[in-house]
Ligand binder design. Structure first.
Ligand code: NOJ
Length: 770
């Protein structure tokens, strides 16, 4: 039954698995890829010369290998498939690879791909959480460990990082990316590509990075996943492309095209996106894979007449490989070439790119995973330590009235950890985690219990059950538990409230179940799902001291909670060591220093809401744009508290003018004025006062996370250059720089108020994209 449901879902939709300082725009030339090495290309060409058209087309097919689908063995044997996805067992990868290497005519190794988005066995915080660290190094380290684990089991390519800028939290996939800001997004994209891929494609212990989804997928109207969307050129260039430009500059070997219609053309068939922009302007040299079944979907989207038409148009547009569940639309390409509908050179070009990647990855020499080594790598305790640190860095202290946090470890003898997120390993790791070790995952309850040891009695109760059914067919991997009966619901609720009443401290763990966040998990209401508000009210009514810990993949509507919960710690989905990291933060072993990578709305009615908007004609009434609620967000982009306090000095410039091709250094001193060590993320925003276009009221152009001991001061500086002030002008259809006065702010969130100005010199000009 479940298999049927899965296949139906898969057929009926575009299925997914239905189965630092960064620059705002590309500045450097694209990193040269190992796939551009003349020797690699010569080898690819020699092989290409021996291939039949059917074998060539086979290399363009990537098929799912999952238990519910028919065997792919014959397709591997006959050279009808070049890549498989969803295999995480090295023995199975080796079995299939052996067929390719010994039974297929040309012995071209398979390339195994998988969604290693935030870890394989060791799970790191979800990407939105990693972005909250404002620490690209942490993301790089995490993804490098993820790559090591993936490579060890035979995976050579990850469908990540996901780098879609997302400004509407109703869109479930916000959790997979770095949030709303293109500058932060570019820094995180660059770091993750480096982490996954290493300095060069083919680096041992690393995998090919496949940033996705090209492009503009995050602009889904109403947050509805897969919906067709319209993106202006100004938004495309200024908002959605910078992370991709950064990923390409970092040398990403692959890019995944997006599902949806982009300005009326499916992204996987858009010559403008895939050829003119991705290759022509961003300088991408790798190969493009479609999203799952996206070529077939072009027919469903009423764009292509049939699978053959879709395949030809996707290929012509620059989509080299098709990810497909069952029969690839690209299987029609051999006939299309024979019928003269597609030049064989177009097929050759794509095959060459894929062969070059396989050669550069060393797959011809080392096609098999070492199963014994894989076991050792997956068990490496250093990986768990990296996950713990990443989780610690991602925590954001949203609220802490009266300094309730940190809690004194010895002060509470009876502690209750309550709520649906309290002791749920699945929700601790979050979406896009499949083969993680449940037993090794430390839940919040376990983390608190371990932290307090014998000093306290720590108990847990879920209180409420959240809806567990995956909207995307993912139940196949994890069947949802049976829904509680009405009777059980009442009992569990009462037990939790009684436990709360019997305790002297309550940690209330609320949020979204992991299936309520991610692909196809759009929400029209951002309030806590299920009966969590009722649970919150019952716990608050006990009068016992309590703190709220959130695990979620998007900002939530905290109406009724934010004003009554004295302390709120945002944990995102913190990963394998999430509970340990959270407990250490709650009891003051570490000091949370993460910041919001997304503006936090008061309610769904405010979204999309983001800090980098243009000024309206009535800015003075901006705060009252809604008659029923303020139009300001609940928490600003960049917000995050600390257990200590900081002072930042007014920024000083080394020169008042940014000259053409020049640089300007902004310096300030930050001092930890509190009594304990802590982290602050110093953020730099700029604003162009006048020019050929209205520009956002603020744009992030620098950030630095610093750790300071109590009383310690540090001078920090940021460099601005032309890339910091250029923007895409929709009417000029060019990157431009407007001379004139710019405001500059330095501070600890998007409301930063330490300000000065600088002048951009020279004449109004256009500048090269790179
Ligand atoms: C669909 C998703 O959109 C994409 O991000 C993912 O990589 C593929 N499915 C494969 O799971």
């Amino acid at each position: 039954m479940r298999i049927m449901k899965f296949l139906l879902l898969a057929a009926a939709s575009a299925v997914s698995l239905n189965t630092a300082a960064a620059r705002p725009a590309p500045a450097a030339a694209s990193a040269s890829l190992a796939t551009e090495d003349p020797q690699v290309l010569a080898r690819a060409d020699a092989l290409l010369a021996r291939m039949t058209i059917e074998e060539k087309v086979g290399q363009l097919a990537q098929l799912f290998k999952i238990p519910v689908l028919p065997s792919v063995d014959d397709k591997v044997r006959s050279g009808q498939v070049g890549s498989l996805l969803f295999i995480t067992d090295p023995a199975e990868a080796n079995r299939l690879q052996k067929i390719a290497m010994t039974e297929a005519r040309l012995k071209i190794p398979l390339l195994f791909g998988f969604d290693v988005l935030h870890g394989l066995k060791t799970i790191f915080p979800v990407p939105l959480g990693m972005a909250a660290s404002f620490d690209p190094d942490v993301a790089e380290q995490a993804q490098s460990v993820a790559a090591r684990e993936a490579r060890a089991v035979g995976i050579g390519w990850t469908f990540g990082p996901m780098i879609d800028v997302a400004r509407d939290p109703r869109w479930g996939r916000m959790v997979e990316g770095a949030g709303e800001d293109p500058f932060l997004g570019a820094a995180m994209a660059r770091a993750q590509v480096r982490g996954f891929q290493g300095p060069r494609l083919g680096t041992p212990g690393h995998v090919i990075a496949g940033p996705k989804h090209f492009a503009g997928y995050g602009a889904s109207p109403g947050g509805r996943d897969y919906d067709s969307l319209f993106v202006s050129d100004a938004e495309l260039y200024n908002v959605y492309l910078p992370p991709f430009a950064a990923a390409v500059d970092a040398g990403a070997g692959n890019v995944m095209s997006a599902y949806m219609d982009f300005n009326d053309v499916p992204a996987s068939a858009s010559p403008r996106l895939l050829t003119d922009i991705l290759r022509g302007e961003l300088g991408f040299k790798g190969w493009v894979v479609s999203d799952a079944n996206a070529i077939h979907s072009q027919v469903k989207q009423h764009f292509a007449a049939d699978a053959g038409d879709a395949a030809v148009r996707a290929m012509k547009a620059g989509n080299d490989m098709e990810m497909a569940l069952l029969a690839p639309a690209f299987a029609t390409l051999a006939d299309s070439v024979k019928a003269g509908k597609l030049p064989v050179e177009t097929v050759d070009r794509s095959v060459r790119r894929i062969l070059a990647a396989k050669i550069a990855m060393g797959l011809f020499e080392k096609p098999y995973a070492d199963e014994a080594e894989a076991k050792r790598v997956l068990a490496d305790p250093a990986h768990r330590a990296t996950a713990e640190r990443a989780a610690e860095r991602s925590l954001v202290l949203l609220r802490n009235e009266g300094g309730l946090l940190p809690l004194a470890p010895g002060a509470h003898k009876k502690v209750a950890v309550i709520g649906p997120m309290a002791d749920s390993p699945d929700d601790t790791v979050g979406p896009w985690a499949f083969v993680y070790d449940r037993d090794e995952t430390v839940t919040l309850f376990e983390g608190v219990r371990d932290r307090l040891g014998r000093g306290a009695s720590v108990q847990t109760a879920a209180g409420v059950q959240l809806a567990r059914s995956f909207p995307s067919g993912l139940e196949m991997f994890q069947p949802p538990p049976p829904a509680w009966t009405a009777e059980r619901r009442a009992t569990e609720f009462q037990q939790a409230v009684k436990l709360a009443g019997d305790s002297d401290l309550i940690v209330l763990a609320l949020g979204e179940a992991r299936n309520q966040s991610g692909e196809r998990a759009s929400a029209s209401d951002l309030r806590l799902p299920g009966e969590q508000i009722k649970l919150f009210e019952a716990v608050a009514a006990t009068g016992k001291p309590f703190v709220v810990v959130l695990m979620n993949g998007r900002p939530l509507d905290l109406t009724g909670i934010v004003d009554r919960a004295p302390a709120i710690l945002e944990g995102w989905y913190p990963g394998t060591r999430g509970g340990t990291a959270l407990a250490r933060a709650l009891f003051g072993d570490i000091n949370p220093g993460g910041k919001l990578p997304v503006t936090w709305p008061r309610s769904a009615g405010q979204v999309p809401i983001f800090y980098a908007h243009n000024r309206s004609q009535a800015p003075e009434t901006q705060a009252q744009r809604y008659y029923d609620q303020p139009s300001s967000p609940l928490f600003a982009f960049g917000h995050g508290l600390s257990y200590t306090s900081f002072r930042i000095d007014t920024p000083v410039l080394d020169t008042p003018e940014l000259k053409p091709a020049g640089r300007l250094t902004v310096s300030t001193t930050i001092t930890n004025t509190g009594a304990r060590a802590g982290d602050e993320v110093v953020q730099l925003y700029i604003h162009q006062r006048a020019g050929r276009a209205s520009r956002p009221v603020r744009e992030l152009r620098g950030f630095q996370r610093v750790t300071l001991a109590a009383g310690e001061s540090r001078k920090i500086s940021f460099t601005l250059d032309e890339a910091s002030v250029k923007y895409w002008h929709s009417e000029e259809r060019a990157w431009v720089i407007d001379p004139g006065t710019f405001d500059l702010w330095v501070g600890t969130d998007a409301k930063a108020d330490l300000t000065t100005t600088f002048v951009v010199g020279g004449a109004p000009r256009t500048v090269a994209a790179r």
